[in-house]
Design a protein around this ligand. Structure first.
Ligand code: SF4
Ligand code: SF4
Length: 63
């Protein structure tokens, strides 16, 4: 299990940028309004963190 995971804060505008860059296809847009991370697939690489134009994705330690 990887140490880090992507966490998406509120205010997501569902632009889909994070979803397109995730190498693990771990992000989906739920109900067309908010991005959601599949914690089973995310490896915590942080690519989505750098990509989000709203700056609302955080790399967190898995608990
Ligand atoms: S941290 Fe990496 S694997 Fe996890 S959702 Fe973001 S881009 Fe995908
Ligand atoms: S890149 Fe940011 S604003 Fe766009 S869908 Fe992902 S979390 Fe939401």
């Amino acid at each position: 299990m990887n140490q880090f995971i992507a966490y998406i804060h509120t205010n997501c505008v569902a632009c889909g940028a994070c979803m397109k860059v995730c190498p693990r296809h771990a992000i989906s847009i739920k109900y067309g309004i908010k991005a959601k991370v599949n914690t089973d697939l995310c490896v915590g690489c942080g690519i989505c963190v750098k990509t989000c134009p709203a700056g609302i994705i955080e790399k967190k330690e898995r608990t």
